[in-house]
Design a protein around this ligand. Structure first.
Ligand SMILES: [Zn+2]
Length: 441
């Protein structure tokens, strides 16, 4: 594949600068990735712009690369690969409680056509209250034995021939509730998730956030997952370009043109942001790949199971929102929480990279974290928009003057074709090249 590209030597600008070898290596891997992209669109992604981009990456992130190369888990491909990384989740009672509350509110306000003293209404209300309090008392996913009999007594005294058994879950009880109150299952709320693909075709998508959506949230939130996959800490250029191209998900930085074979390929509205992150001095892409791919020399070619942008300087680690899930638990003692696990692991790796003791203070939330951030560029600033953000500050920085030195996130993108800076968050290329070549990326 690579040979085809090199057969047209006029296209290749070979940097002869000090960073030449690294930039060459990055350039080759990018070009290799770029082949299907070019075949499909018969456009020339001239190398001049890309080289400026990669040199910016090297100039700004070279300080991270230098340290990464000495790490025992460095894979020789601008990545540190960590096997046996926790990718599960503990029980999220708050989300379950909120979903159950919404179900109860909706039914009582919109579906209760009976008198409040009607015996069926009273029965349904006590059943709802039982489910709510089981969640509220944090009793786990499986209903504790001592609560089974009172629930069965409630069914029995209302003439229902339904029985719950030992070892059954709250999901089962919810299904029983739906049997007794079938009108709730007709409650649908269509959330529009439609999108246009790169050919302009409309793909209608709807997500039901009525009974189906909310009951699924309750089941998922209460049912813990305990699994391990492989985590990658990367400054590979392709990882920035494909940061939002997940295995089953996309977000606003997604570049659909890299995935011409995939039905769900579509461009996000912040593609330019990938380059903003690629070019700055602190942004690192952290993501999960399947355990079976641990030894794959090119994890950047796999769809990302989960992805988080992390911003580093020597004594600070800012962790942004986890995609596609979002939430970060602010409870640092909760080891069932994936973001907590990631925070501890990233702290450990950064301590190793900079040969510091692994001792950090953590602050949460955008108000706290944004005090340490300045930014430029066209990236979607998750760290300012969502509270799922944290900063770890190394204990040695306590009382130091430079403790408050800001991390500067993002740069204005360099157009991959002409090499000029631009401010267009919607595209990778500048508006001039967009007009000239009519390339919608
Ligand atoms: Zn341009």
């Amino acid at each position: 594949m690579l040979k085809d590209m090199i057969s047209n030597p006029e296209l290749m600008y070979r940097p002869s600068l000090e960073e030449g070898a690294v930039v060459d290596e990055m350039f080759n891997t990018l070009m290799e990735y770029n082949v299907p992209f070019k075949k499909a669109y018969e456009q020339t992604w001239e190398s001049w712009g890309i080289n400026r981009e990669l040199r910016a990456l090297f100039a700004n992130k070279g300080w991270i690369l230098e340290r990464m190369k000495n790490h025992p888990l460095y894979n020789g491909n601008f990545q540190i690969v960590i096997p046996d990384a926790y990718m599960g989740r503990g029980i999220d009672y708050d989300s379950a409680l909120q979903a159950m509350g919404e179900i109860m509110n909706h039914r009582r306000l919109k579906m209760c056509f009976r008198d409040i003293n009607d015996s069926h209404e009273l029965f349904i209300r006590s059943l709802e209250n039982k489910i709510y309090s089981l969640i509220n008392m944090r009793a786990g996913y499986i209903i504790p034995e001592k609560y089974i009999e009172p629930i069965n007594a409630l069914f029995e005294s209302n003439g229902k021939r339904i029985r719950m058994h030992r070892g059954q879950s709250i999901t089962k009880l919810l299904a029983r509730y739906a049997e007794c109150c079938p009108e709730i299952t007709k409650w649908k709320v269509d959330k529009d998730c439609s999108f246009y693909d790169t050919q302009g075709n409309f793909h209608p998508r709807k997500k039901d956030m009525g009974w189906n959506g909310l009951s699924a949230i309750i089941g998922d939130s209460l049912n813990p997952i305990n699994r391990t996959e492989t985590m990658v800490i990367s400054i590979h250029p392709v990882d920035y370009l494909l940061m939002s191209n997940g295995d089953k998900w996309r977000s606003c930085h997604a570049i659909g043109k890299f995935e011409v074979d995939k039905a769900n390929a579509h461009n996000g509205c912040y593609m330019g942001g990938c380059l903003s992150y690629l070019q700055d001095a602190c942004s690192v892409v952290v993501y999960y790949i399947p355990k079976a791919e641990t030894n794959n020399p090119h994890p950047e070619r796999l769809g990302k199971m989960k992805r988080m942008m992390v911003y580093l300087d020597k004594g600070k680690i800012i962790m942004s929102r986890l995609y596609p899930d979002g939430r970060d638990s602010k409870d640092t003692s909760n080891n069932d929480n994936m973001t907590n696990w990631m925070r501890k692991k990233i702290q450990e790796v950064v301590s190793e990279l900079f040969d510091m003791p692994n001792e950090w203070d953590v602050k949460f939330g955008k108000e706290e974290v944004c005090e340490y951030i300045t930014h430029e560029g066209v990236q979607y600033p998750d760290y300012m928009c969502f509270d799922d953000v944290s900063i770890s500050i190394h204990k040695d920085l306590e009382g130091e003057k430079f403790a408050h030195k800001n991390l500067h996130i993002g740069r204005y993108p360099i157009c991959p074709i002409c090499g000029d800076f631009h401010k267009n968050e919607m595209q990778l290329v500048c508006p001039d090249c967009l007009n000239k070549y009519n390339i919608p990326w």
